[in-house]
Design a protein. Structure first.
Lengths: 351, 385
């Protein structure tokens, strides 16, 4: 029993964080928001050069072969810096799917390209009515009943749907399934779809937690500087207690996220329930961080001008991505209220 | 990250479980806020001690088993999972005990710790005073040096079960004219010493759950002081950290309550589902208890890697106290018109009521949750005072 990260995992996270701090400053995010495409190829290339796109690709296919636990840390960094890119969809969620295909499957040829950072995948799933980055992707992973298809962008039509989060690029995808693009069907198709969903949900959970931490940090900075009645407003208890509640929600969610990631990596039978618990905890932390954050920013919080807005909007937008809270709550509820559920002390970890 | 128990840990769990199954009291003990119940709990503690289960983390020479924190968590899970009695000597074992281990002399450790583990000495705490509650540095009770004794005068309050206890530990002003957190000493006082008088205070449950303690020229040997003269604040702050931290409120207790709440809801589903928020509260609090347990394992891992846990223990205190309150509020709402009844009834209604009353104190004792939020904001987030 060792519920901690390895030094390697923590060092990698720290390196990515330091890198993004300089390469993804809020001013740059704003610039990217204003562009039509909403993406910076330059930023994505730099991120790939740091090894992030290679994280989950098996070592034999040019990657680092790391698992969901590493992504529990990396997705927090992607959230913290509100990276305007669906990077984790390609490098984590889609990679997980491709890496579970048989060794000689032709779709695996995408894996080395993912590791090098020169292909973008977009993923559809029945829980997501729209597909993130569908317009920009070279390859789409699309679902048709039990079947999973890997489809070139040229074979689909995409209708752009603007989001309140200007860094989201959502599209409605229309296409005609053909046998040529099908990579999995039947039981295997359903299993892989379930895994896609869990990885997608975990990825969002990590990003939400990172967003919550960023909104807390921005709010702490603001209330330490902003003066009223001759003092920083951060010296007032009413303000302090708002932000203490945010810190509490974040700290409470972290281990829930980490256990879910570990459960996915190990293929634990209850991993889906744990992912949903993580999602609910991280959704809550990010919304509390947004609500309290805007409150302590006062009227400035309601403007386009302060950086807080970019992180709030991302948090609001991601809340229902890869399963809304009702979906995740119902999964936990089915587990909790089932006859014979093993609950209580001593049943926290899989036996 | 490795979230499986080792064979040794699993065997330890089985050993705890088997012992509890064979030794748990057949009938529930009376409330430890009564004389009768207090002595029943003391006898149970003695039984735990005989088999070295009372302080599993303490070294063998002090009556423990030298367990690590993971084994302690396992012990707690089995203990509360089995519905074993509440621990009556926690003020001693979990607050003073670690303080003595850190700051006590070898003689003090030998004199007090084994008797504490066996609950031969029951301990009350003497921190708060009528005008020093959240503002503990406002303490005025004095310990005046007179040769090799302190002469103690003043008043302490909110001393849990002090009317039944044998000893009290507390902070006293030993440097004349000192103020705030300077000049305080941490002293252990036998409650049968001449000049000590104790007046019980009835708690919400109508029982003598705590007391005021008056000191009138009470002579205590200087050897009963922990740490240096005037260094009491430093010693007490370490104790406050233990209290807010994991040790006093292990997650297992709250997980056991969360499980009982799920069972209560399931047994009363038809009436409870008239209010959809009840089912949601059951779900949310169960997730909260699980999150608290996960956080404990994560914290234990970080501690074993040499990390320090600071103001995060204030977060723990807010989490468990608000969780406990929410669970009991939900139970009361599920029980509906049965909730107010004192007589034992179906579905352990009286037990929930008792827990509900006690849960009211959670956000207040051990430093109010407002104080905890200040600590989080100032020490964790770095906001100005």
């Amino acid at each position: 029993m060792d519920f901690t990260f390895t030094d390697d995992q923590l060092t990698f996270r720290e390196a990515i964080s330091r890198f993004l701090m300089t390469e993804a400053a809020p001013e740059m995010l704003r610039e990217i928001w204003e562009t039509d495409v909403g993406r910076s190829p330059d930023l994505r290339n730099k991120i790939a050069a740091q090894g992030l796109t290679a994280l989950s690709v098996p070592e034999a296919e040019g990657g680092l072969g790391m698992d969901d636990v590493a992504w529990a840390l990396m997705t927090q960094e992607l959230g913290y810096y509100a990276i305007p890119d669906s990077l984790a969809d390609t490098a984590y969620v889609a990679t997980g799917l491709l890496a579970s295909l048989t060794a000689e499957h032709p779709a695996r040829r995408l894996l080395p390209r993912i590791a090098e950072g020169n292909v973008r995948l977009a993923i559809s799933h029945p829980v997501n009515p729209l597909v993130s980055d569908a317009q920009l992707a070279e390859v789409l992973i699309l679902i048709d009943g039990d079947d999973i298809h890997v489809v070139p962008r040229s074979q689909v039509d995409v209708l752009h749907q603007p989001s309140i989060d200007a860094s989201r690029r959502l599209g409605q995808v229309t296409w005609n399934p053909t046998a040529a693009t099908c990579v999995a069907s039947g039981v295997l198709g359903r299993t892989l779809q379930a895994q896609l969903l869990d990885r997608g949900a975990l990825s969002v959970a990590g990003q939400l937690l990172g967003l919550a931490q960023r909104m807390l940090d921005l709010s702490v900075d603001y209330v330490a500087q902003r003066k009223q009645f001759g003092k920083p407003i951060g010296s007032f208890q009413a303000v302090k207690h708002h932000l203490a509640d945010v810190a509490r929600a974040i700290e409470q969610a972290k281990p829930v996220l980490y256990r879910a990631a570990h459960g996915l990596a190990q293929g634990d039978a209850n991993a889906s329930v744990w992912v949903s618990q993580a999602r609910l905890a991280c959704c809550e932390a990010s919304w509390v961080a947004a609500r309290k954050g805007i409150q302590v920013h006062g009227a400035m919080g309601y403007t386009w001008e302060v950086d807080l807005q970019m992180f709030m909007k991302r948090a609001w937008a991601l809340d229902s991505s890869w399963g809304d809270r009702a979906f995740h709550k119902s999964r936990v509820s089915d587990y909790l209220f089932a006859d014979g559920a093993r609950l209580g002390p001593g049943h926290t970890f899989e036996e | 990250m490795e979230l499986n128990y080792t064979p040794k840990q699993t065997a330890f769990r089985a050993e705890v479980r088997a012992w509890l199954a064979a030794n748990l009291p057949r009938e529930p003990l009376a409330s430890y806020d009564t004389r009768e119940g207090f002595e029943q709990h003391r006898a149970w503690e003695a039984k735990l001690f005989e088999s070295r289960w009372s302080m599993v983390m303490w070294p063998a020479e002090l009556g423990g088993r030298g367990c690590d924190l993971i084994e302690w968590l396992i012990f707690e899970e089995e203990y509360y999972g089995a519905g074993a009695p509440m621990r009556v000597n926690q003020n001693g074992q979990l607050l003073l005990g670690p303080t003595l281990m850190e700051f006590g002399t070898p003689e003090q450790k030998q004199r007090f710790l084994p008797r504490m583990a066996a609950s031969l000495d029951m301990w009350a705490q003497g921190w708060s005073e009528p005008n020093a509650g959240s503002d503990m540095a406002a303490i005025t009770s004095k310990a005046t040096l007179d040769g090799d004794h302190y002469v103690i005068n003043g008043q302490k309050t909110w001393s849990t079960r002090a009317i039944f206890a044998d000893w009290l530990f507390g902070l006293f002003r030993s440097e004349p004219g000192s103020s705030r957190h300077h000049g305080l000493s941490f002293v252990m006082v036998p409650l049968n010493a001449p000049g000590v008088s104790i007046r019980p205070i009835k708690a919400l449950n109508g029982k003598d759950a705590f007391a005021e303690v008056f000191f009138d020229d009470v002579r205590v040997p200087v050897a009963n002081r922990i740490g240096a003269d005037g260094q009491g604040w430093h010693v007490a702050m370490a104790t406050a950290g233990f209290e807010r931290g994991l040790l006093l409120r292990s997650p297992a207790r709250f997980q056991a309550t969360a499980r009982r709440l799920v069972e209560l809801y399931k047994a009363n589903r038809d009436s409870a589902d008239r209010d959809p928020s009840l089912r949601d509260a059951v779900l949310e609090t169960w997730m909260g208890a699980e999150a608290y347990a996960l956080s404990a394992y994560h914290t234990v891992g970080r501690l074993s890697r040499g990390e320090q846990i600071g103001a995060e223990s204030s977060i723990n205190k807010i989490i468990w106290s608000e969780l406990d309150l929410k669970m009991h509020e939900t139970a009361m709402r599920i029980l509906g018109s049965r909730a107010e009844l004192l007589a034992p009834g179906e579905g352990d209604a009286a037990g929930w009521l008792d827990g509900f009353l006690f849960a009211q104190s959670g956000p207040i004792y051990a430093g109010t949750n407002e104080i905890q939020r200040n600590i989080i904001a100032e020490r964790m987030l770095g906001l100005p005072k």
